[in-house]
Design a protein around this ligand. Structure first.
Ligand code: SF4
Length: 400
């Protein structure tokens, strides 16, 4: 039996590999987590997860931010867009989504009934501060004051907010979409939400795009959402863990390092705003997807890279390129929602077929689309909400 085969059947061999890899590539990010005993437990659970996934005919779609053991079980490891695309392309009858809820909900709204989508917790534990910080009542009042106004909503948002928006955007294309909306609907007020850092950066970029096209716009027509709501401040709370000068400190400590910005989650948008303000020098920074980062780091003469994102991504980068040094802006700034995925919850989800994200029709429980209904086994998205969201995501994908 080869080592590769024995790893798949012998938990002790797999545990030894986990111990080495997790401590080598992520020991600083998860101090004291990966003991021999814990690695053996994870290895045994890995084999059980693989067996259950096969039995349930499920593919495991894993985001970069859950802990390293999730990277090791993934049928697909990726950012939220890549995972949504995977669900559509894999044509698997079932996908177990290991990320946060809004990502699984978006994937389900795109996939429709063709694929059953499961998450291993509810929308509260698999949350996001941008979702929790969106004040629906305030948004409705903004719409009443600006009946012709346009909402441009970042993908990190709940299904209801997406459904009442005019455009949905990613961090890569928000500026282009603002510029598009401004030229298609001249004179109309635009509200960019729910991340104020992303909003201000993208507003400035959109104005630049419009100026290059000789299109004149009053910048006051583009408003950025900055409400504090539910204890959140219109930004990814992981920023607040970073500390506002963490990137400057990292640059002083590693003057030779290239700065890599990963535009996946709200946790990168504060650094993006520092780039815009010139605090991070443009010539020392790149904005790239994980695959682009790996290609860039492979061919770069630089040996050191400061990575601005949730530190979960670093395990993937370090494992792919063990000879290069990837430095987190903050090793402690983990997203607690992403980290609430655990192997125990995934095993329970696979065994008991819970929590399934479903599109419901004429549902007696879903009387208020602003509130996500869930019971012991299912989390509901009204189909009429999904039908409003899907074409907007398709338009979003048409912008590069
Ligand atoms: S990292 Fe920030 S933006 Fe991403 S899921 Fe967590 S709280 Fe939300």
């Amino acid at each position: 039996m080869s080592i590769k085969e024995s790893k798949m059947t012998d938990p002790k061999v797999l545990a030894a590999q986990y111990y080495e890899d997790f401590n080598r590539f992520a020991g600083d990010l998860y101090p004291n987590r990966y003991s021999h005993i814990f690695c053996l437990q994870l290895a045994e659970q890995t084999l059980e997860i693989k067996r259950l996934a096969q039995e349930k005919n499920s593919k495991l779609a894993v985001h970069y931010y859950p802990p390293p053991e999730f990277h090791e079980i993934a049928d697909k490891l990726g950012d939220s867009l890549a995972l949504s695309r995977f669900i559509n392309e894999a044509k698997s009858p079932r996908v177990d989504f290991q990320a946060v809820f809004f990502m699984a909900a978006t994937a389900k709204m795109l996939a429709g009934d063709a694929t059953r989508v499961f998450v291993s917790g509810g929308p509260e534990e698999l949350g996001c501060s941008l979702v929790f910080g969106t004040d629906h009542i305030w948004l409705e009042s903004w719409k009443r004051k600006n009946p012709e106004g346009l909402l441009i909503t970042y993908i990190n948002s709940d299904a209801y907010t997406k459904s009442i928006s005019d455009f949905i955007s990613t961090s890569r294309n928000t500026a282009q979409i603002i510029a598009h909306a401004a030229t298609q609907y001249p004179g109309k007020k635009i509200l960019v939400l729910p991340d104020k850092f992303l909003g201000y950066v993208m507003k400035a970029k959109a104005v630049e795009i419009l100026e290059k096209k000789d299109f004149s716009i009053d910048p006051d027509l583009i408003e950025v959402y900055e409400q504090s709501f539910g204890g959140f401040n219109a930004c990814c709370y992981v920023h607040e863990q970073f500390g506002h000068d963490a990137i400057e400190v990292a640059m002083i400590e590693h003057p030779e390092a290239v700065i890599m910005l990963h535009p996946e989650c709200g946790c990168f948008s504060l650094c993006l705003s520092k780039l815009q303000q010139g605090i991070i020098p443009y010539e020392k920074a790149i904005i790239a997807s994980t695959e682009q980062m790996i290609k860039f780091a492979e061919s770069s003469e630089s040996e050191e890279f400061i990575v601005s994102t949730e530190p979960g991504l670093l395990y993937a980068l370090r494992k792919r390129l063990p000879d290069k040094k990837f430095i987190p802006v903050s090793a402690e700034a983990h997203c607690r929602y992403m980290k609430s995925n655990t192997f125990e919850k995934l095993i329970r989800s696979l065994k008991e077929d819970r929590m399934e994200v479903i599109l419901c029709d004429n549902c007696k429980f879903c009387t208020n689309p602003k509130v996500t209904y869930r019971d012991e086994r299912t989390i509901h998205i009204p189909r009429e909400v999904a039908n409003l969201v899907k074409p907007k995501i398709e338009i979003m994908n048409s912008f590069q």
